[in-house]
Design a protein around this ligand. Structure first.
Ligand SMILES: [Zn+2]
Length: 111
């Protein structure tokens, strides 16, 4: 699972936990948090610093999905779709086909 970094949206009102950047371990499919688990103040995810900590064989799969998720977060759905679509041609990654279609739809393509 990747670790995401969060920071307070209004640092003046943050607690000890969210006063500085803090890390949260999340599944790729989890929605981003929008409030601090300690004090409830607004927080936002820092996109650029997220990283993958899965070892060995799971890494390759995760890096591709991470990249797809990154494109999705940035609203680059056609990029996300193309990457997922290409990857889904591999027998062990057919589950990405649905995601590719979903991203193609978001990018404005019709099926
Ligand atoms: Zn807090």
């Amino acid at each position: 699972m990747p670790i995401y970094e969060y920071e307070a949206t209004s640092p003046g009102r943050s607690c000890k936990k969210c006063a500085a950047t803090f890390e949260v371990l999340q599944r790729l499919s989890d929605p981003p948090l929008n409030s601090c688990p300690a004090c409830g103040q607004g927080i936002k995810r820092k996109i650029s610093r997220s990283r993958v900590i899965l070892p060995g064989s799971a890494r390759g799969r995760n890096e591709v999905e991470q990249k797809v998720a990154e494109y999705e977060r940035q609203g680059m759905y056609s990029h996300a779709a193309e990457l997922a679509d290409k990857e889904s041609e591999k027998p062990e990654k057919t589950y990405l086909k649905e995601r590719a279609i979903d991203d193609y739809r978001k990018a404005g393509y019709e099926f």
